[in-house]
Design a protein around this ligand. Structure first.
Ligand SMILES: Nc1ncnc2c1ncn2[C@@H]1O[C@H](COP(=O)(O)OP(=O)(O)OP(=O)(O)O)[C@@H](O)[C@H]1O
Length: 621
């Protein structure tokens, strides 16, 4: 009897022997005296992972392949005549040369056309380190097995495979189940016998348990005793059946005095089943969590979100309730609040929530239009009404017919215009300048101011009768200082909107920075907050905005909006009082906005059309 390793040539190529080589240069299946692990698998990824985990050798088996294809190991018995081609197809490309341990080819002898000697020669030529008899007749049910044996395609062919492997200088490993089979394979010169208890139990696709670990160990121990008597250096391994965990393997190996364990379903199917499904479930949970966070955030963003009004504070909730209540009335609403609190947004919300929502909303900034032009802007004019009126023109009131007119900064209207506005509001009729033709209009008027109109009327700067006419309904927009709990939400919204415009993920704000934001005075209210946050997003190098990024911005007297030549001033730039200075006023604004007409019109609170008319009027190219 020959001992493993003697008189064998080294296989051509193949995996290097992590377990070392015999003095003759033949790879070993692990190191003597050390518990060995083989991995019976069917895919490159599993092979490499098993080796990383310490597997001493790889068995490339068709059962491993069908498992990673989603079938139970038993399916490997079905397309049996193609088994060797099937194994070669994946094992040569995915495993050989990619792992540094011996790779044994799971060779089938079932096909009557297979010449066992030639098959072994082919396996050696491909570069495998050895062979194992797989699939084996020992895994067939007795009836099928008897049929195979009757035709001479059974156990004897597998023994011949092991003998041929030995002759070819390959490592030989043999699956056995009984003492007789163990003796046969030891006598054939196998380097390793592995008692295969049948398809592994456990897991989703596992077989039902028919044997316990104690029974399996006793069975294996008997096989090993005989095999070792015949071939003292033979390695004795166990596999399958009730061994579904490392603990199970330890129990069977200890009790049977096995040298090692061959892991098959236990190293791919069972861990993959749980790892993949647990991981997918974890991702699913994250998605669910994200949806929950979004839902929570939506809830937190508040009911006003549909109007673009962010905030979950009680003050904001009250504001939104007021908007909903007052939206459908045709009464005039006076929107009060400090500069930058969102009065214009409230006006837009009142319009959008009203029955006029599909009609025009026309906004006029009374402070941004020169006084002598405001009248014609509001009420329109007929051709020849004044020098330069070469055509008649609709006023903003008429443009808003059927819809809403929003008069922003109404507190800046001069007294003569206040009188005219009052008359129009009372009568519902507009006459263009230079005409006495009345136009009856259906316009809902909203107005806003940061000034105290009551005090102004007490001092005679604002007509009291107009004040009462405008303030039929009143909404006060809270300052940011009154709702500091909305600051984090607003800041996050501004960062998201900024990221959506400029690309990339939104930056985040750390806790210290939030504290800094929440302790600031915010004289410019939400507008100032938006500008500070956007500047921090632009200027900071990191993805996280910290307190240090905010200090220079919060200490600066005014934070200009990035991307715009200038933030909308808290108090609009004073309008010129005479036609001589208006030209300069427009030229100056054009310069400030780098001659971009749209930006200039916005800056001055004029419509594009009005700005163009004025430019033409003053001969500004
Ligand atoms: N609750 C809010 N949610 C989201 N953005 C807001 C909110 N309030 C204000 N803003 C934003 O702040 C900026 C200033 O708002 P807005 O122009 O409506 O203020 P305002 O009170 O009309 O100011 P001013 O008195 O100076 O005309 C705008 O960019 C607006 O979109």
């Amino acid at each position: 009897m020959t001992s493993p390793g003697d008189q064998h040539r080294a296989p051509a190529g193949g995996g290097g022997p992590a377990g070392g080589r015999t003095p003759q240069g033949r790879p070993r299946l692990g190191t003597a005296g050390r518990f060995g692990i083989g991995a019976a698998i069917g895919a490159g990824l599993v092979a490499r992972s098993a080796v990383r985990g310490g597997a001493d050798f790889i068995l490339a088996l068709n059962a491993g392949r069908v498992r990673v294809m989603g079938a139970p190991s038993a399916v490997c018995m079905l397309p049996i005549h193609e088994s060797n081609a099937f194994v070669a197809a994946f094992a040569r490309t995915e495993i050989l040369g990619r792992v540094d341990v011996p790779v044994l080819f799971g060779a089938s002898t079932f096909d009557p056309r297979t010449d066992v000697e030639a098959l072994v020669g082919q396996i050696a030529a491909w570069g495998f380190s050895g062979v194992i008899n797989f699939p084996s007749v020992i895994l067939l049910d007795p009836e099928a097995r008897a049929g195979m044996e009757r035709l001479g395609l059974g156990w004897r062919r597998e023994v011949a495979l092991i003998e041929a492997a030995r002759r070819a200088g390959l490592l030989a490993a043999a699956y056995v189940r009984t003492v007789e089979q163990g003796a046969d394979m030891a006598a054939a010169g196998s380097d390793l016998v592995c008692v295969n208890f049948g398809w592994t139990t456990g897991g989703v696709a596992g077989e039902p348990a028919t044997q316990d670990t104690a029974g399996a160990a006793a069975e294996a121990a008997a096989v090993f005793r005989t095999a070792r008597r015949l071939r003292p250096k033979i390695l004795c391994f166990v596999e399958g059946g009730p061994i579904a965990t490392p603990q199970g393997a330890a129990e069977v190996c200890r009790a049977s005095r096995a040298d090692g364990y061959i892991a098959s379903s236990t190293v791919d199917r069972i861990p993959l089943e749980t790892a993949v499904s647990d991981t997918a479930a974890a991702f699913k949970a994250v998605a669910g969590l994200t949806r929950k966070v979004e839902a929570l955030e939506n809830e937190l963003l508040g009911d006003g979100r549909r109007f673009g009004l962010i905030g979950c504070s009680a003050a904001m909730a009250h504001l939104v309730r007021m908007i909903e209540r007052l939206a459908d009335s045709d009464l005039t609403v006076l929107i009060r609040g400090e500069s930058g609190t969102g009065k214009e947004l409230v006006a837009q919300a009142l319009h959008r929530a009203s029955r006029r929502c599909d009609r025009p909303l026309v906004a006029v900034n009374c402070a941004a239009i020169p006084r002598d032009l405001l009248e014609s802007e509001l009420f329109g004019y007929e051709r020849g009404a004044f020098t330069g009126a070469s055509r008649s023109r609709l006023g903003r009131f008429e443009e808003a017919n059927g819809g809403t007119l929003f008069l922003d900064e109404i507190g800046d209207l001069d007294l003569p215009l206040q009188g005219k506005l009052l008359r129009i509001l009372e009568s519902g009729v507009v006459e263009r300048l230079g005409s006495n033709q009345p136009h009856r209009l259906d316009v809902r008027v909203l107005c806003a101011t940061h000034r105290d109109l009551r005090a102004a009327s007490a001092e005679g700067r604002f007509r009291e009768d107009l004040f009462f006419r405008l303030a039929q309904l009143e909404i006060r927009v809270p300052s940011l200082a009154e709702r500091i709990e909305d600051i984090p939400l607003l800041a996050r919204q501004f960062l998201s909107a900024f990221a959506a415009r400029h690309g990339g993920p939104p930056k985040v704000i750390d806790n210290a920075a939030y504290q800094r934001l929440m302790s600031h005075r915010w004289a410019g209210n939400v507008r100032e907050l938006r500008n500070v946050v956007q500047q921090a997003a632009i200027l900071g190098d990191r993805e996280v905005i910290g307190a240090a990024d905010l200090i220079p911005l919060l200490d600066a007297p005014a934070a200009a909006a990035p991307g715009r030549a200038a933030a909308r001033p808290a108090t609009p730039a004073p309008a010129p009082s005479t036609a001589e200075t208006e030209r300069d006023w427009i030229v100056e604004a054009l310069r400030r906005n780098r001659f971009r007409r749209d930006a200039t019109a916005r800056d001055l609170g004029l419509s594009r059309k009005t700005l163009y008319n004025k430019m033409r009027h003053y001969g500004i190219a």
